[in-house]
Design a protein around this ligand. Structure first.
Ligand code: ADP
Ligand code: MG
Length: 699
């Protein structure tokens, strides 16, 4: 097997090697130019690529092709067309043209548009993104594409990401040139998304409507054992899990997805997978595919992969860590503290731009991680708080303090430049503190945004981050431009000083889980937007509109439509959860309570008749408890039904989402508490669905 892996790796992607082999030299060159510099693709090149792609796809068993895109549902979408083309004599040929490669026309009317696309103009189109390689999956050639309405409004998560990468590239290159680094011509965003997930037994899963419809348990008493023993994290992999992970790796590798690290996570049945980082849009595509393949491979192993942020109460939920950095075309990681003074100045400018970006647009960063599922995590003592802050670690913090105060920062081995900027030693990852409670942490040579939910597309946070950093760099550029090269070091130093003073409020190196931090953050004037409906309105503020329109990421209309979609999605999710809960209570749980209390009452009665001397106090107490619970749960269910109806009737989306959060979720939580207490009174044989014990400890 090990011999085969290099050969297996990327075998299902239309890789550079395949392109080089299959394309005429001039066509290959033209395509490379498009990929590397984003130049326009001529039709003759597209035709030539289409022929090569089809040939390769058919050789590898593909019969169909699809334009694969990422609508605002957060999932991916595909419509398959076969290569078959009748040749007129009752025979068919396998055909695929440049036009079919470059552009598709799916009916866009069933995808969320937030009112952007008038129904009379339902057409949308997909356009090939040649920077992300095509691949074969399930005998189909997948062509990664962007998705727009016919009038050019963006309807997906890829287009704005590509635009944000461009905006950041422009600003970063401009800044580097200003700082005297003239060799760089391109700067790319790199990301490495660590993905958490749960595995549960498929047969057990199939018995729980909440898992099937909502991806999370709405009811269920905690197992006697949770994660308190801390014995799962990095623990030995069980054979079934290990077999799953192996298969998953192989499937991912075939698609050129560099799955690298896998281990058990903190909660029982929870695991993590991390790939080697890649250019942002490729990493986003890969993460979407990874989530899909995780689910598919699980089925083969009699398992179900849960990507929901909070499948189980009482134990950790799942997140996604978005590791983010910038790399130049000559291979320099701009967040790697350099060895020379010039590199250090560069590093400090970019570091400060990120800090500024996160401080200035903390509300948008929070929004980029907002979803109904993730609301269960953020602020719980398992995931970063809903307050966005930046962790730098002691060493970097000392550097910034010394710049701010014009002081030396102590350690002998660091030489101070005339400007006060220190030559930093080469940071190694282990040099930085590991603060797991920070939502946005510097980890040696990259930032790690840890607020993201496990099921979310990593596109949105990177759109926000890229755009905000582009804006910070643009503002720095304004401040520095016109400075003579010989004064640049001094000007940078002064700029950094100003920026540190202004933005140090967002830097926090302490325990993000503590209640002291909540009050401290409030004093500092930081946002603490605890729920999705509460944070979403910040998407449509003038500041937000200005940011995104200035950098050509979204139009104002696109922002408002996205805001509507996010609200609607939230309200719908809670609505589905409420209806699922009502159904489980009415059809499963309440009948079980009634049955068991009836049985117990009968037992007590027969005991009284047959053995009149014996006490039936215990049975009676139990029946009383069950009856009491039955009444409360029934009443709660009726109330929940009313609230659900009311929520569904609300036309104003913000109002509906607020109502869902304040009323529906609260009611559901109240009911759940009684149900979970009652569950403890029922024998497993009576329980209508598998318990937490079974779900979490049966693999
Ligand atoms: P952790 O201790 O957080 O698990 P890892 O070393 O496993 O850290 O890295 C986590 C992720 O960060 C990996 O996906 C890795 O590829 C990614 N990563 C490393 N360097 C960069 C970078 N320069 N840009 C983006 N992501 C990076
Ligand atoms: Mg990490």
């Amino acid at each position: 097997m090990h011999q085969e892996i290099p050969e297996l790796y990327g075998s299902m992607i239309f890789s550079d090697k395949v392109m080089r082999n299959k394309l005429p030299k001039d066509m290959y060159k033209a395509l490379r130019k498009t990929i590397e510099n984003g130049t326009h693709l001529e039709l003759d090149v597209a035709n030539s690529v289409a022929v090569a792609m089809k040939e390769w796809a058919v050789e590898n068993g593909a019969t169909h092709y699809t334009h694969w895109f990422q609508p605002m549902t957060g999932f991916t979408a595909e419509k398959h067309d076969s290569f078959i083309s009748p040749s007129g004599d009752g025979e068919v040929i396998m055909d695929f043209s440049g036009k079919e490669l470059v552009k598709g026309e799916p009916d866009a009317s069933s995808f969320p548009s937030g009112g952007l696309r008038a129904t009379f103009e339902a057409r949308g189109y997909t356009a090939w993104d040649p920077t992300s390689p095509a691949f074969i999956k399930d005998q189909t050639l997948y062509i990664p594409t962007a998705f727009c309405s016919y009038n050019g409004e963006v309807l997906d998560k890829k287009t704005p990401l590509l635009r944000s990468m461009e905006a950041l590239n422009d600003e970063a290159v401009r800044m580097l040139h200003l700082l005297g680094n003239n060799t760089v011509t391109r700067v790319s965003t790199t990301i490495g998304p660590e993905q958490e997930y749960f595995l549960v037994d498929k047969d057990l899963y199939d018995k729980r409507k909440d898992l099937i419809f909502c991806g999370r348990t709405l009811l269920g008493a905690s197992a006697p054992k949770g994660q308190e023993m801390e014995d799962h994290y990095f623990g030995t992999l069980k054979p079934k899990v290990s077999a799953y992970m192996h298969d998953l790796d192989v499937e991912l590798w075939k698609l050129g997805i560099p799955a690298k690290t896998k281990h058990n996570e903190v909660a029982p049945a929870q695991h993590e997978l991390a790939p080697v980082f890649d250019t942002a849009n490729i990493a986003v595509d890969h993460n979407q595919l990874t989530m899909e393949i995780m689910k598919k491979v699980a089925e083969k192993h009699g398992l179900v992969c849960l990507l929901h942020e909070k499948p189980f109460e009482g134990i950790n939920g799942s997140g996604k860590h978005n590791n983010w950095s910038l790399i130049t075309d000559d291979g320099v990681n701009l967040l790697n503290p350099g060895r020379t003074p010039a590199q250090n100045i560069q590093f400090l400018v970019f570091l400060m731009a990120v800090i500024k970006a996160v401080d200035d647009y903390a509300d948008l960063m929070r929004i980029s991680a907002a979803s109904a599922g993730n609301d269960h995590r953020l602020g719980g003592n398992e995931a970063p708080p809903a307050i966005v802050s930046v962790f730098l670690g002691d060493e970097l913090n000392a550097v910034l303090e010394s710049i701010e105060n014009d002081t030396y920062f102590g350690k002998q081995e660091k030489i101070q430049l005339d400007t006060g900027a220190h030559v930093l030693p080469h940071f190694t990852k282990d040099n930085t503190d590991r603060n797991r409670t920070s939502p946005f942490a510097f980890t040696g040579n990259k930032f790690e945004f840890r607020m993201l939910g496990s099921s979310a597309s990593v596109s949105t946070p990177n759109i926000v981050l890229n755009t905000a950093v582009a804006e910070a760099l643009a503002q720095f550029y304004e401040e520095l431009s016109g400075t003579e090269p010989e004064n640049m070091e001094h000007a940078v130093h002064e700029l950094l000083k100003r920026a540190i003073r202004k933005h140090k409020k967002v830097i926090f190196n302490g325990n993000g889980y503590s209640s002291e931090w909540v009050s401290e953050a409030k004093k500092r004037g930081l946002y603490n937007l605890v729920s999705t409906p509460e944070c979403l309105p910040y998407f449509t503020t003038d500041r937000s509109v200005e940011l995104f329109t200035k950098h050509h990421i979204f139009t104002k209309e696109e922002i408002f439509s996205r805001y509507e979609i996010l609200l609607e999605n939230y309200a719908k999710t809670i609505g589905i959860e409420a209806r699922t809960m009502i159904e489980m209570l009415t059809k499963d749980f309440l009948p079980a309570v009634s049955l068991y209390s009836g049985q117990t009452a009968q037992n007590a009665a027969s005991k009284k008749t047959l053995l009149p001397g014996l006490s039936t106090v215990s049975e009676e107490t139990l029946v009383n408890k069950l009856t009491d619970a039955y009444t409360k749960i029934s009443e709660g269910t009726e109330e929940l039904k009313e609230l659900t109806k009311k929520a569904a009737s609300m036309e104003q989306m913000q109002q509906a989402a607020d109502f869902c959060q304040k009323e529906l979720l609260t009611k559901m939580q109240q009911i759940r508490q009684i149900v979970d207490e009652t569950e403890a009174l029922l024998p497993d044989s009576v329980l209508p669905y598998p318990t937490y014990d079974q779900l979490l400890f049966s693999i």
